[in-house]
Design a protein around this ligand. Structure first.
Ligand code: HEM
Length: 401
C-alpha cells in the first residue's frame, strides 16, 4: 500500500500518519526526481527537495530565504499565519535572514562553541549516570520517558538557567508547538513565551551564572543589540531546538540498534566507534526530517524544476542524507559521511557539538550498563511523534534484563 495519496493536480500529500514509513515514503518520492511537488501535513503546497546535492544547493541559495512575506498567500490559504516577531520563536535567529540572523547568532554562538561544550561533558556524564541508576531497579521502562527525554531537557535547562521543578511542561509545549498548525500549537508557543518572559524578569532582578542571565544583560545594553522580544524568542528557540532534536536522535538511534542488535554488540566491544556511530545514526534517520521551510524571494531553477517567487520549499534532510550510503542499513563502522542532519549554510545547527557530545555519552553509558537491553514490543508497533518536521519514537518500551 502506498503511503502517498496522489491528487488530480499531482500534489503528493505527506501527513503525520505516514510517519512510521517516512523513510520508505521519502525514498519512493525521491525515485521520481530530486525536487517534487507535495502538500505538507500543514496543508501548505511546497516543493520537496529530496536529494543531497539539491538540498545543499537549496540551503545556500541566495533567493531561498526564511522571510515568508512573498509566500503570504500560500500560507494564509492553508490557514497558517506567517511567523511574527513576538510569537513562538518568531524573531529568533532561526526565523531570520541576514543581517538580523547574523546579529542574533553572534550573541549566542560563544556559549555553544566546541570549547565551551567540552566543559559540559562531566556534567552530562553525571546526569546520564543518575538517569541510568534510576532505571536500574526496573525490568522494563519507557526509554523516552526515563532517559532520552530527561537528559537533553536537563542539559539545556541548566545551560539556560531554568530552575529545577520548572521544566515539566517543556516537553508538552514543544510537542504541541511542532505539531500541525492549530490552536493548540499557538497556545503552546504563547505559554512558552510567557514562561520565558517571566524568567527573563527574574534574571533581570537577580542575575545568575547562566546563558539567559548573560543574554538579559546584553538586552539591557543601550546599543539595540537584542530587543526584549528577540530575547524571549531566543530563549524559547533554545528550549525547543535544544532538546526535542536530541531526544529524537537518541530515540532513533535506539530503534536502529534494536533493529540491528549485532551493531549494538559491536559498539559494546569497541566503544571507540561511538562517536562515528552517532554520525551514522544521524545519516540513517535524521531527527530533523525536514528543515524549516524556505520561501522563494525570486524565480529560480532547482533540480531542473522552475520555482516561482512566493513558492514554499521544504528541504528533506532525512531523504538527502540517505543518498550518502545504504538508505536503510545501519553500519556503525561506516566512515563518517558528510551528512546534513544539522542543516547546511548559515542556519547550520548551533548546538551540533553539544548534541554530538550528549549522544555519544548517553548511548555509550546505556549500552554499557544494560548488556541485555532489547525492545519490549515488536518494533512495528512503535508510534512516532506526529510532527511534519521531526522524526522520533513517541515512546520506546524496553527490557533492561
Ligand atoms: C538549527 C538540527 C540539537 C540549537 C538547526 C538546524 C538543524 C538542526 C537541521 C537548521 C534548521 C534549518 O536550517 O531550518 C539539530 C539536530 C540536533 C540539534 C539534528 C540534535 C541531534 C541542537 C541543540 C541545540 C540546537 C542541542 C542547542 C541549544 C540550534 C539553533 C539553531 C539550530 C539555535 C538555529 C541556528 C540558526 O538559525 O542560525 N538544528 N539540532 N540544536 N539548532 Fe539544532
Amino acid at each position: 500500500m502506498t503511503q502517498l495519496s496522489q491528487t488530480r493536480d499531482a500534489v503528493l500529500t505527506i501527513t503525520a500518519d505516514v510517519k512510521a514509513h517516512a523513510p520508505q515514503v521519502l525514498a519512493e518520492l525521491r525515485a521520481n526526481g530530486p525536487v517534487q511537488r507535495v502538500r505538507l501535513s500543514s496543508g501548505i503546497e511546497a516543493w520537496a527537495v529530496l536529494s543531497y546535492e539539491e538540498a545543499r544547493a537549496a540551503l545556500t541559495h541566495p533567493a531561498l530565504l526564511r522571510d515568508p512575506t512573498p509566500s503570504e498567500k500560500a500560507l494564509t490559504d492553508a490557514g497558517y499565519t506567517a511567523h511574527r516577531v513576538g510569537v513562538g520563536i518568531g524573531g529568533s535567529m532561526l526565523q531570520e535572514d541576514p543581517p538580523n540572523h547574523t546579529r542574533l547568532r553572534r550573541l549566542v554562538a560563544p556559549a555553544f562553541s566546541a570549547r565551551r561544550t567540552k566543559l559540559l561533558a562531566r556534567r552530562v556524564h553525571e546526569i546520564t549516570d543518575g538517569l541510568i541508576d534510576a532505571m536500574a531497579g526496573h525490568d522494563e521502562v519507557d526509554l523516552v520517558q526515563a532517559f532520552t527525554a530527561p537528559l537533553p531537557i536537563t542539559v539545556i535547562s541548566e545551560l539556560l538557567g531554568v530552575p529545577e521543578g520548572e521544566r515539566d511542561q517543556f516537553r508538552d509545549w514543544t510537542a504541541a508547538f511542532l505539531a500541525t498548525p492549530s490552536d493548540a500549537q499557538r497556545a503552546a508557543g504563547a505559554a512558552l513565551n510567557a514562561f520565558m518572559s517571566a524568567l527573563v524578569d527574574r534574571k533581570q532582578a537577580e542575575p545568575t551564572d547562566d546563558l539567559l542571565s548573560d543574554l538579559t544583560a546584553q538586552s539591557n545594553a543601550e546599543d539595540g543589540r537584542l530587543s526584549r522580544e528577540e530575547l524571549v524568542a531566543t530563549g524559547s528557540l533554545l528550549v525547543i531546538a535544544g532538546h526535542e532534536t536530541t531526544v529524537n536522535l537518541l530515540g532513533n538511534a535506539l530503534v536502529a540498534l534494536f533493529r540491528h542488535p549485532d551493531q549494538a554488540d559491536v559498539l559494546r566491544s569497541r566503544p571507540e566507534l561511538l562517536e562515528g556511530a552517532v554520525e551514522e545514526f544521524l545519516r540513517l534517520d535524521s531527527s530533523v526530517e525536514m528543515a524549516t521551510p524556505r520561501f522563494a524571494a525570486a524565480d529560480l531553477t532547482l533540480g531542473g524544476v522552475e520555482i516561482r517567487r512566493g513558492d514554499v520549499v521544504a528541504v528533506y534532510l532525512a531523504a538527502a542524507n540517505r543518498d550518502l550510503g545504504d538508505p536503510f542499513e545501519l553500519d556503525v563502522t561506516r566512515p563518517h559521511a558528510r551528512h546534513i542532519a544539522f542543516g547546511h549554510g548559515i542556519h547550520h545547527c548551533l548546538g551540533a557539538p553539544l548534541a554530538r557530545m550528549e549522544a555519544t555519552i548517553a548511548l555509550g553509558a546505556l549500552l554499557n550498563r544494560f548488556p541485555e537491553l532489547r525492545p519490549a514490543l515488536p518494533l512495528e508497533e512503535v508510534r512516532w511523534i506526529p510532527s511534519g518536521m521531526m522524526r522520533g519514537p513517541l515512546e520506546l518500551r524496553a527490557r533492561l534484563r
